[in-house]
Design a protein around this ligand. Structure first.
Ligand code: FAD
Ligand code: SIN
Length: 524
């Protein structure tokens, strides 16, 4: 089956949906998403969106905090663009219908998170993402120019590779994207979706690790697809571990305990109730995430405990019930009354700072192809993302992408001669268990050897072991009728390879990449 559209979007999180609303007045929009439309990391965002709203906050302060958190690897121009455009983008969200909490005086109730020098995080209780996702989906569903294809899994981008053969390093031919091959999960058919412009908004890759706050859809598909299409990927060594996910080993994904709770005064302590952050940073429990996660990792190594604790017992119960009702209910559901007991927490893989390299208009290195949201690398986060800057980045860059893509679409034509997907010689794989086993092995390798603290020896081990799984999976992929699970495994393996390779190349410790072999920054 074939279909044509002016704007193809892959993904229905904040990045894909805001872009859809902005391009829809100019042409036909088709969004594919691999599960139900609501399923996304966006839906689980808790803390909120960082934006400068009132004095004494200022753009300069938010810029400085972002640069410091990013360990001076963020692109100063991109940081300035994102932050100076924040207020306008938030206003737009509010006009679409997103309700951020207000205080008694009618001003927005701003929270604080690690690395922020001011209160600047707009939120909807501790369920900001669900509020945003629901409102955006409603607006998209009302729009007659936008069609959503749920349970449609994008397999690969269509480029010259599918027509005439290889392009890439050594060739001076520019790579162009003509759309994507998409698997309809209901009938196993592969759709050839031709598009004048394509937007990859597929989110992050937390599932490359055994313990993650990310939903199961976060398997790095977009990053792997662009990599296979020979687009540029960068900064993949910077994987952010959130310091405080609820310690509840039987549960996947791990439930997040928002940093805003520490912003309201909750304090990190050992299991025996001793504060420890004073040993690591003067900002204590509210230091940037890389520092707090490493501190916890170190404390766990010293004590041999499985978790540290977050103490919120001294907070006003009304504040907890009002601002953090979902966390309160979740803790209660596993027998912890957080107003009376400390919450057991551990770090978990949370955010992919690097990804598909894009410019200030979210253009990738492939013509007619854009990327926005967590799958992209704009240069905003540098070596470590400042809390609550992610939803903001998606808003700013989807807006900028839309502006550019409308012009691109008007000057593009559909490509003739694109072949349908070739599934010749493939058979239904009856050994699904092999895929599950390889996934577990992969997550074990990444967790054991490419976690919060790294070394040359560990990275080499990871690389050697990954090679075996990669070879086995590639053989299976070539002969199997495609399923979502085998595609996801293959994508996660590609992403793991990129993380290991880029971590190996970075011969320093910076932000989220910490190597015991290179303790300082380059040149120190
Ligand atoms: P997502 O929201 O993840 O959406 C990706 C979409 O792409 C999904 O619909 C998925 O199904 C689809 N997709 C993926 N692959 C394919 C494929 N092959 N084919 C078809 N569809 C595909 N950030 C903040 O700024 N503030 C917060 O408070 C905050 N809290 C967070 C809490 C949690 C628990 C988590 C996990 C993250 C949090 N983050 C927060 C990070 C933030 O939520 C994400 O970075 C952001 O929502 C990413 O948006 P996105 O649109 O790029 O991707
Ligand atoms: C949180 O609420 O702690 C998550 C915020 C983020 O990831 O930006």
């Amino acid at each position: 089956m074939r279909k044509k559209t002016d704007f193809l979007i892959i993904g229905t999180g904040i990045a894909g949906l805001t872009y859809a609303l902005k391009v829809a007045p100019y042409g036909k929009v088709c969004i594919v998403t691999k599960g139900e439309a609501v399923e996304s990391a966006t839906r689980y965002a808790q803390g909120g969106i960082a934006a400068v709203m009132y004095t004494p906050d200022s753009y300069e302060k938010h810029i400085r905090d972002t640069m410091i958190a990013g360990d001076n690897l963020s692109d100063p121009e991109i940081v300035r663009i994102t932050i100076t455009e924040s207020t306008e983008r938030i206003q737009e969200l509010i006009e679409w219908g997103v309700a951020f909490d207000k205080d008694r005086s009618g001003k927005y109730d701003l929270a604080k998170e690690g690395g922020h020098s001011e209160f600047r995080v707009l939120h909807h209780k501790d369920q900001t993402g669900a509020e945003i996702e629901n409102v955006l989906l409603q607006r998209v569903r009302e729009n007659k120019n936008i069609e959503i294809f749920e349970n449609h899994f994008a397999i690969d981008l269509i480029t010259q590779h599918h027509l005439d053969g290889e392009v890439g390093p050594g060739s001076d031919e520019e790579i162009v994207c003509y759309g994507a091959y998409v698997l309809n999960k209901a009938n196993h058919q592969i759709l050839t979706l031709l598009a004048k412009t394509t937007m990859v908004a597929t989110g992050g890759a937390g599932n490359v690790y055994a313990t993650t706050t990310n939903p199961p859809v976060a398997t790095g598909d977009g990053i792997a697809m662009v990599c296979r299409a020979k687009g540029k990927i960068e900064n993949m060594e910077f994987i952010q571990f959130h310091p405080t996910s609820l310690f509840n080993p039987a549960e996947t994904p791990s439930f997040l305990i928002t940093e805003a709770l520490r912003g309201s005064g909750a304090v990190l302590k050992t299991r025996t109730g001793k504060e420890f952050m004073q040993k690591y940073d003067s900002r204590l429990s509210l230091a940037p995430r890389d520092i707090v996660a490493r501190a916890i990792d170190n404390e766990l190594k010293i004590s041999g405990d499985e978790f540290v604790c977050l103490d919120a017992r001294h907070l006003d119960k009304k504040v907890i019930l009002n601002h953090f009702p979902a966390i309160y209910a979740k803790c209660l559901s596993i027998g912890i009354d957080m107003t009376k007991e400390m919450i057991p927490v551990v770090p978990a893989a949370h955010y992919t700072c690097g990804g598909i390299a894009v410019d200030r208009h979210a253009k990738t290195t492939i013509r007619n192809l854009y990327a926005s949201g967590e799958c992209s690398s704009t240069g905003l986060h540098g070596a470590n993302r400042l809390a609550s800057n992610s939803l903001l980045e998606s808003l700013v860059f989807s807006h900028r992408a839309a502006f550019d893509a409308v012009k691109t679409m008007q000057n593009s034509k559909f490509k003739n001669g694109v072949p349908d997907w070739n599934a010749e010689g493939t058979v239904f794989n009856e050994e699904m268990i092999l895929i599950t086993q390889s996934l577990k092995e992969l997550q074990g390798i990444m967790t054991n050897y490419v976690g919060i603290v790294r070394s040359n020896l560990r990275l080499k081990r990871a690389s050697d072991r990954l090679e075996i799984i990669q070879k086995e999976t590639e053989e299976l992929y070539q002969k199997s009728v495609l399923t979502e699970k085998i595609c996801e495994l293959r994508n996660l393996i590609s992403v793991a390879g990129l993380i290991i390779q880029m971590a190996t190349n970075r011969k320093e410790s910076r932000g989220l990449h910490h190597s015991i072999d290179y303790p300082g920054h380059y040149g120190e």
